[in-house]
Write a protein that binds this ligand. Structure first.
Ligand code: GRF
Length: 205
């Protein structure tokens, strides 16, 4: 592992259970990386309180205070540089992102999505899977490109859908899988085991 640990910024807009899983993994020394910053567009979101509990810096902004998406992203990029961030983890960040953010961090920005991509991209992926009637869904960690949940896939784990599942019961099992998968994928990246070649990601075991 490199002498100075990889510094991560987590972007989140809501509950932050994935943020919590990452912070706990870092606390156990299981992340191989340090969470240096939380970026949120929702200053009142529960994830902010979680970050404060872990003593992690927060950059909270309100999109409406800026003339455009590009304008707040330019400020985010400045904060990321200031904090020497090497990896961005989108974990429930509910905003579309532009090239202002994607271009400088391509290959250094990942997202967790609650479905087996390319099935069910976008919002309400758990409900989409239930309503479609698939028997398997799961979670995906992927690099972020300019599209909607369309970047190269790093890791996936499946969850079986049961006949009596509701959106809530299924979400509980998908989230449990996310909380294990995301810290694991971050650790692979921190350990320099992940190579990106076009759409294909290889992970050295
Ligand atoms: C997760 O299901 C993640 O896959 C999706 O947004 C949700 C965030 O949940 N992108 P939480 O805020 O981490 O609890």
């Amino acid at each position: 592992m490199p002498a100075t640990p990889l510094r991560i910024a987590v972007f989140a807009s809501g509950s932050g259970s994935n943020f919590q899983a990452l912070a706990e993994a870092a606390g156990r020394g299981a992340l191989g990386a340090e969470i240096a910053l939380l970026v949120t567009d929702k200053p009142d979101a529960p994830v902010v309180e979680r970050a404060q509990r872990f003593g992690i810096d927060v950059f909270a902004f309100r999109a409406k205070a800026y003339p455009s998406r590009e304008a707040y992203e330019a400020e985010i990029v400045a904060k990321l540089r200031e904090a020497d961030i090497g990896l961005i983890v989108l974990a429930g960040y509910m905003r579309l992102i532009t090239d202002v953010l994607v271009a400088p961090y391509y290959g250094r920005m990942i997202n967790i999505h609650p479905a087996l991509l390319p099935a069910f991209p976008g919002v309400r992926a758990i409900r989409q899977a239930l309503e479609y009637g698939v028997k398997l869904t799961g979670a995906t960690v992927h690099f972020v490109d300019g599209g909607m949940d369309s970047g190269p896939i790093i890791a996936q784990r499946a969850v079986e859908i049961r006949g009596d599942d509701t959106e809530e019961t299924l979400a509980e099992r998908v989230h449990a899988v996310e909380h294990a998968l995301l810290p694991e994928a971050v650790r692979w990246i921190a350990e320099g085991r992940v190579a990106l070649n076009g759409r294909i990601v290889t992970v050295r075991r």
